[in-house]
Ligand binder design. Structure first.
Ligand code: ATP
Length: 347
């Protein structure tokens, strides 16, 4: 079923959890001991996509959309209820050693580092688990220490490390065996902006150096915008969009934002002649103009106002996602112009 060139192929995947239903209260608890009622939670339904080697793909969706469930199925931690999944040519649920050597799953909310020992000890454990040879271990560890800047901290007990330091060591531990497919579930959660940038930069460099495939979930849209040319968006377990991130933004919000700093205060009425005024303080304004009118708007503003500084941006991705999850359909979609990007390597 797999296209030979794909590193991940998912066909009509579904995953249903059976959960026990129990009303609140003591008598309901007692009753439930004798008669258990279960309910099916359809976490993933009829989900299909494929990802080519070397792609960086953002896997997005609101809370409870089924992202973590899908990543767990792809890494073989959960069995699918239906459909087919192939990762690097393997069926993940068989958890074959050769499969495990090719993938890694990093969950920002869970840690594999041993709490009372330094990360260096976890690195040694992983080296034994994955059977990494001496020379390879030294080379990879050196490279990861360099890229992540963790040489100094890897010998301190994990419990003494800051969240950001720990996350970097988590990444090192997860990548020592040089996996070719990385499932990253919220790898920057809780990190400050500088650390987020550091981790993001590291992921990009790892992808470029090793041509590794990256599937990333993050609630920080900046991570996604910076790293993922392609996004797969799911909602209630179903595919909502698969394709080019820029095309999605263009389709949902065909506008640009111009942030302006003026040398002198400017009249709102003057700015309204160019576009929608989203904010205006003395000396600073943000305008929204249709993409097609951007050049004209800029030259109009430059000719009639005293501009000290100007930047042009896309509308925030958070807004695009909010709109998508509120039910608005993108005008490009699984069958649209953007959907063809599934085979393209990340640039
Ligand atoms: N072990 C489980 N047992 C029962 N239901 C579960 C289990 N794990 C997840 N679910 C349910 O499956 C659905 C999808 O959950 P999942 O964690 O995959 O979503 P998510 O997109 O990763 O969400 P978030 O962004 O909040 O992490 C949710 O309704 C969740 O409550």
């Amino acid at each position: 079923m797999a296209e030979a060139s794909s590193s991940i192929v998912v066909e009509s995947l579904s995953k249903t959890y059976q959960v026990h239903e129990r009303a609140a209260g003591f008598s309901a608890t007692v009753r439930s001991l004798f008669r258990r009622r279960t309910k099916a939670v359809h976490a993933v339904e009829d989900l299909s996509f494929s990802i080519a080697p070397g792609e960086r793909v953002g896997f997005l969706g609101p809370n409870g959309a089924g992202k973590t469930t899908t990543l767990k199925v792809l890494s073989g931690l959960l069995h699918p209820s239906g459909g087919k999944v192939e990762v690097a040519g393997f069926v993940p649920r068989h958890r074959e050693p050769d499969f495990l050597k090719r993938i890694t799953l990093v969950m920002g909310q869970k840690q594999q580092l041993l709490w009372d020992l330094p990360p260096a000890e976890t690195f040694a454990v992983n080296r034994a688990i994955y059977g990494i040879g001496d020379a390879d271990f030294k080379e990879t560890l050196g490279e990861l220490e360099d890229l992540l800047g963790i040489a100094e901290i890897a010998t301190k007990p994990t419990r003494q490390l800051s969240l950001g330091e720990r996350m970097k060591c988590e990444l090192a531990a997860a990548l020592l065996h040089r996996p070719e497919i990385l499932f990253l579930d919220e790898p920057t959660i809780g990190l400050d902006v500088a650390m987020q940038l550091g981790v993001r930069e590291f992921i990009r460099r790892y992808n470029e150096r090793r041509r590794a495939t990256i599937v990333l979930t993050s609630h920080y849209m900046d991570d996604v915008a910076a790293l993922c040319p392609r996004v797969i968006v799911i909602d209630k377990g179903r595919l909502r969009y698969d394709g080019d991130l820029a095309a999605l933004v263009r389709s949902m919000r065909p506008h640009k934002r111009i942030a302006l700093h003026f040398k002198n205060p400017v009249d709102r009425a003057l700015l309204e002649r160019v576009g929608a005024v989203l904010s205006l303080d003395p000396g600073h304004a943000v305008l929204q103009v249709p993409q097609a009118e951007l050049r004209e708007a800029m030259s109009w503003l430059l000719g009639r106002t005293d501009i000290a500084d100007l930047t042009v941006e896309d509308p925030p991705l958070e807004e695009v996602m909010r709109e998508l999850f509120s039910g608005v359909e993108p005008s490009v979609g699984p069958e649209g112009e953007a959907a063809g990007s599934t085979g393209g390597a990340a640039s």
